[in-house]
Design a protein around this ligand. Sequence first.
Ligand code: CA2
Length: 148
Amino acid sequence: MTATLLVLNGPNINMLGTRQPELYGHETLADVEALCQRQGEARGLAIDFRQTNHEGELIDWLHQARGKVAGVVLNPAAWTHTSVAIRDAILASELPVIEVHISNVHRREAFRHHSYVSDVAVGVICGLGTHGYALAIEHFAKRMVEIA
Ligand code: CA2
């Protein structure tokens, strides 16, 4: 059976490609989804790609994914820096999570330097643009081969 990875995106990421290209590039959210689907196909993984502007919805998706997907690629966007609830939902899901940020949050405002997610994640990729999503999917594929 084909394993599934959940790719979850937090608030305002639906606006990708409309402004701040110096931070986030020119790609739209649809482009990022296409990139993830291509990477999933190349690695033999099904990709379930989603974005929400509602914190509770992201939490529900993490709960529902428990025991159903092989891993989660998560760009929590601004909730990275604010949400104990998302951190708790990651722990409740008992799923391996890779935190991805398009921009290098450590080169930005001090409030973006802290993440409630990083220390409960398998790893963090930031500052590599949307390629970070492809790298996270690649890592999960490699890890699954290693533990199979
Ligand atoms: O670099 C990232 O991927 C972030 O998660 C993006 C978040 C930001 O709050 C994090 O600190 C870092 C913001 C996403 C908003 O994206 C927009 C893109 C274009 C136009 C407006 C918003």
